[in-house]
Write a protein that binds this ligand. Structure first.
Ligand code: NQM
Length: 381
């Protein structure tokens, strides 16, 4: 038998989570050793190969994702109480053989609650189920709520999310402790505005370390198609330099070979939203925008003096923050308050330069069970 074959396969549930797609596993079905686990996942996804032809991956970073789920140990939890399950997110490369746990993913998070019910980790309620999920990557908690009529997950519903055809059942996601998720502060450079490589940027982390900048400052409009931006080699080279320098300022060190921080180009809204965005992952361009990416962009834009504050059309207090992206828009619910007013309910230690803290981060997504079975990794090359 060729090296590394597993004739019985590994239990795996393939799900769309938000605008992404990934393979969901119980941690107990994968090797406990991270190096052995990652090596196996690369063969399951068909990485490295630009087409991922011999695996589950869909030839794009947004479809080369893995969720590893397990019961949460007693100590897991957040300000809102203990967690039910642990969710470790792993981003795999497509044509490069890497697996990284340095970023989180709020889109795959949308499938974690349903997966926990499918696998019997959490009992379903008779109508609705609430699952508290510890996001291992950032050691923070999100609560997912979704319909389970008759004790089974109902994936159907009437919520449309841009970037996904049709409609599906709403999954609400409420986040705790997103501010400073992986950098320790909402504005990790200590300032809401910095100049990096001659370009004004706002470095912000409300769940996804990101570098916000005006598209116009990079010589683009900000409403280009992802493929057009990806084809611009000069832009790519400039962004790579800005990213490396901004990451140093953010205390993230050498980020070569990692997928954070993300880069977000901002321009004025075109369709009634607050702002138009193009997010870099950090090389391929997002076809929409990540969940934590959107929560982070909104938090940055809400801070007076940030790079996009003046060009954004900010929502009235309590109204959704509508982020326009290449395939439509994404409404998120983000609120900041002065640190003193935020009190102990503030979402995390992420006090900001400018004295602001995040007091609310929430969004609606959908998810769908696509395939449940056993996956057979390709043999070692
Ligand atoms: O920001 C892509 C995605 C993501 C991440 C990425 C995400 C998030 O859309 O919460 O969901 O930024 O690499 O899946």
């Amino acid at each position: 038998m060729p090296d590394g074959m597993m004739p019985d396969g590994i239990p795996c549930l393939l799900m769309r989570g938000g605008t992404s797609k990934g393979a969901y596993f119980l941690a107990s079905d994968l090797p406990a050793d991270p190096a052995a686990r990652d090596e196996l996942l690369l063969r399951i996804m068909g990485t490295p190969d630009p087409r991922q032809i011999d695996g589950l991956g869909g030839a794009h970073p947004l479809t080369s994702k893995v969720a590893v789920v397990s019961p949460s140990p007693d100590h897991g939890g957040g300000p809102g109480g203990p967690a039910d399950v642990d969710y470790l997110f792993l981003q795999l490369g497509v044509d490069e053989a890497f697996v990284t746990d340095r970023q989180n993913c709020g889109n795959l998070l949308a499938g974690v609650g349903p997966f926990a019910v499918e696998r019997g980790l959490v009992p379903a309620g008779p109508e609705r189920t609430e699952v508290r999920i510890r996001m291992v990557n950032s050691d923070s908690v999100a609560t997912a709520r979704f319909a389970t009529p008759g004790g089974a997950v109902d994936y159907d519903g009437d919520l449309a999310i841009d970037g996904v055809p049709g409609t599906a059942g709403a999954i609400s996601l409420d986040f705790e402790d997103t501010a400073g998720s992986s950098t320790g502060a909402l504005f990790p450079t200590g300032s809401v505005l910095d100049t990096v490589e001659g370009v004004e940027v706002t470095c912000v982390d409300n769940g996804m370390p990101s570098v916000l900048m005006r598209a116009a400052d990079l010589g683009v409009r900000g409403d280009e198609a992802p493929a057009d931006l990806e084809a611009d080699a000069e832009l790519a080279a400039r962004l790579a330099k800005i990213r490396a320098a901004a990451a140093e300022l953010m205390g993230m060190g050498d980020v070569s070979g990692t997928t954070v921080p993300k880069l977000v180009l901002l321009s004025e809204p075109r369709a009634g939203g607050a702002v138009s965005t193009r997010s870099f992952l950090p090389v391929r361009v997002h076809t929409s925008i990540g969940v934590l990416g959107a929560l982070t962009a909104a938090a940055g834009l809400l801070a007076p003096g940030s790079v996009g504050h003046a060009l954004a059309v900010l929502p009235e207090e309590g109204a959704p923050f509508r982020i326009e992206h290449p395939t439509g828009h994404f409404d998120v619910d983000v609120a900041l308050a002065p640190v003193e007013a935020a009190g102990s309910g503030a979402a995390g230690e992420g006090t900001a330069a400018g004295g602001l803290a995040v007091v609310r981060s929430a969004a609606l997504r959908t998810a769908r069970k696509i395939f449940d079975g056993r996956v057979f990794p390709r043999p070692r090359l």
